[in-house]
Structure formats: C-alpha cells, structure tokens
Design a protein around this ligand. Structure first.
Ligand code: HEM
Length: 388
C-alpha cells in the first residue's frame, strides 16, 4: 500500500472515497490532530449516518467496549483493566511468558531442524497463550480456547462465505461466549488473582460493576485487539530484520535496548494496524474539505508513519532510529492499552529466536499478505536458519 499512500499524501491528503463512502486521511499531522480531538472525531460507530446495528450479537457487544466509547465512559471502562497492563505489573509475569515462548521455540526447533514457520510456530500461538493465561483460562482448557481463537481469526481474515464456514464461525463464537459467561459467573463467586476476576469485580465510580454483557465484551475485545496484531508485529519484525541483511540479527542478539529500538522501527515501518476509523461528531474543516457530521473517516496510521514531513528517509527501515514518535499503537485517548504487553511479547519472541538461531533467511519469496487492508502482515513466514 506504501506507493499508494505516498501518492495520496502528496496529491490528496484528505479525500472522500465515494466507493467506500468515507474520508481518508494520510498525513502525519492530520492523523495526529484527529486522534488528539475525540470530541470532534468520535470512535462511537453509532454516530455514523450509515450505521446499522449488526445482527451478530457478538459485534454489538464490542461496540459497548472502551475502543468504541468516548470519554467519560471510555475512561471508566479502561480504568477497570488499566493497571493490569502496566509494565510493572507485567514484569511479575515476565519469567512465565518467557517460558511459554521458549517451549514453543524448543518444539519448533526440535521438529523443524533448520526450518520454521514463524507465524504458526511462534507468532500466532504465543500471544494467544499469554492472553489466555492473563485472563485465567486454566491450562487444560487452553487447546479448546486456541481452537476458538483460530476460528475467530479465520473469520476476520478469510473471504470464504460458504454456509458451512459461516456456521462453524457462529458455532465457535457461541461456544466461546458461553465459556466466558460461565467463567464470569464463577469469578463473581470466587474471585482469583487473574484479569477476569478484576473485570467482574472492579467498581466503577458510581459503585456499580460491569454487567455480564460488558464483561464479556471486554474479554472479546482483549482477544480481538491483542492477538492478530501482536502476531503480525513479531512476524513483521523477523521480516524487517531479515530484509535489512548484514549482521543485524547478530548485532541485536544480547542487545536488549537495541532490540527494543528496532521493534519501534518495525511498528513504524511495517505497522501491524494500518488504519482506524473515526466518526465526525460535528461538521469540521480539514485541509479545505468539509467533513460533515456523521461522516466516517479512515485514519491511515500506516501512511502517517511513512510521512517524510515527520521522518527522515521515511521509506527506509533504520533499526537504530530514535526517538521515533511512530503512531503504530495509535495516539491520545485510545492509545493502545496493550502496548507494553505487545512490546514485551515481541521482545521475548525475538530474543528467544535469536538465542537459538543464526543466519536467519526468509525461505519464500512469494509471501501472501494478510487479507485485511487494515492489518499489515503475512499469512505465513517460512524461514531457514542454522541452529546455534
Ligand atoms: C487500541 C494497535 C496489541 C488491546 C489500539 C489502537 C491501536 C492498537 C492502533 C488504537 C485504536 C484506536 O484508536 O481506534 C496495536 C498493535 C498491537 C496491539 C499494533 C501489537 C503489536 C494489543 C494487545 C492488547 C491490545 C496485546 C491487549 C491484550 C487494545 C485495547 C485498545 C487498543 C483494549 C483500546 C484502547 C482504548 O480504546 O482506550 N491498539 N495493539 N492491543 N489495543 Fe492494541
């Protein structure tokens, strides 16, 4: 998409796409301005003049979560889980997360010899397992949990619209919802030291608690927002480092700070989330165009992150670029809640990979991109390497 972004940034930085029926915004400054002003640019899809209430009840639940609520409701909902995603809280679980990644990598190396498929061996199962653990899904339920996730991911990325496929989708969604409803009831009775207990027991400012539906929506949000995104960050990082060539992998091995900086650059250069949506809450002017109340606006993070007005040599991957002010996790009120977790997971996954391998090369020059234009990454990433 990057050539298209460049053309749009120069020629049509704010434009109405009649086919899609929405506005597109491409430049860094404009994107940031929109994300800074949530009174004018709302996340609430119900404000859109073409909004139709979805018949899929799962989707409706999502609209009541923090991601789609403006302040003050947003702040209340985010406050329920906020401290659970702070770096300090995560640090307590870090040794365990490392074990999870190491188990996956040990299996992949033992079975694959000098080959690995980064997505299915590591980048996909790792974040799913981490979030399952955080929520409090018991170990013996995790396979079932992963199967539901697989189906939900397929729903988000597959164009298969056959009846059998859709039926399987709905079946998995219902099973998963049912499972969480039972877990929610259980944690209300017997709270434990897990995220789910926090979600069901937290008191809002008026002394109330989340309803069952709101708690369920929060669980689904954490799964949907945190899994495919982190999968793509990990896989995109492997790709960027391999493409960079030279001895980048060697230089990053053992250099935790260097790796952290390089991962920020991956978030800028190959942003897993390329775009997000806002709704104009009132008529507003942007670069001479009048956006009307209720219009949908697609904010292209992936383009903002390549804007030469903000970044020197924006189309170059520079692993030591710093500070970057990249927008890969968004900006402002809805800045990614899971950013510290995603950064930690990516650091753990890459460190584990670097510790076991040498001379990593991408083993397929015909990588298939993910099918959603809002998510940037590849469906699979076979690599070859020498074992260390
Ligand atoms: C919000 C990206 C990982 C949970 C966001 C937003 C972006 C983003 C761009 C802003 C959405 C908007 O403003 O409309 C990413 C990327 C990730 C990642 C690139 C991985 C590399 C995670 C993880 C979790 C998570 C691991 C949790 C387990 C959330 C939540 C929100 C959010 C709950 C909504 C925050 C709010 O509305 O205040 N993410 N995310 N994300 N993300 Fe992430």
């Amino acid at each position: 998409p990057f050539d298209w972004y460049r053309e749009m940034r120069e020629e049509n930085p704010v434009r109405y796409d009649a086919d899609r029926g929405s506005w597109d915004v491409f430049r860094y400054d404009d994107v940031k301005r929109i994300l800074d002003d949530d009174a004018t640019f709302s996340v609430n899809p119900r404000l859109a003049n073409d909004f139709v209430e979805p018949d899929n009840p799962g989707e409706g639940l999502i609209f009541d979560t923090m991601l789609f609520q403006d302040p003050p409701r947003h702040d209340e909902l985010r406050g329920v889980v906020d401290d659970q995603f702070r770096p300090r809280t995560l640090r307590e679980r870090e040794p365990h997360f490392r074990e999870l990644a190491h188990d996956l990598l040990d299996t992949a190396v033992a079975e694959g010899g000098d080959e690995m498929e980064v997505v299915s061996d590591l980048a996909y199962p790792f974040p799913v397992t981490v979030i399952a653990e955080l929520l409090g899904v018991p170990a013996d339920e995790r396979d079932r949990f992963k199967e539901w996730s697989d189906t939900l991911v397929a729903a988000a990325s597959d164009d298969d619209a056959s009846e059998a496929f859709l039926e399987r989708q709905q079946q998995a969604q219902m099973e998963m919802a049912q499972y969480f409803v039972e877990m929610i009831a259980d944690r209300r009775e017997n709270p434990r030291d897990d995220l789910l207990s926090r979600i069901v027991t937290a008191e809002l400012s008026d002394g109330s608690r989340l309803s069952r539906e709101e708690a369920l929506g929060m669980c689904i949000l954490l799964l949907v927002a945190g899994n495919i995104t982190t999968t793509n960050l990990i896989a995109n990082a492997v790709r960027c480092f391999a493409d960079a060539g030279g001895d980048l992998f060697d230089r990053l091995r053992g250099d935790e700070r260097g790796l952290t900086t390089a991962l920020e650059e991956v978030l800028r250069y190959r942003s897993p989330v390329q775009a997000m949506t806002r709704i104009a809450a009132e008529d507003v002017e942007l670069r001479g165009e009048t956006i009307e109340e209720g219009d949908r606006i697609i904010v292209w993070l992936g383009s903002a992150n390549r804007d030469g007005r903000q970044f020197d040599a924006a189309d170059e991957f520079r692993p030591d670029r710093s500070p970057t002010q990249q927008l890969g996790f968004g900006h402002g009120t809805h800045y990614c809640l899971g950013a510290p977790l995603a950064r930690l997971e990516a650091e753990i996954a890459l460190t584990g990979l670097l510790d076991r391998t040498e001379e990593i090369r991408v083993a397929d020059d015909d990588l298939r991109p993910t099918r959603s234009s809002f998510v940037y990454g590849v469906e699979s990433l076979p690599i070859r390497y020498d074992e260390r």
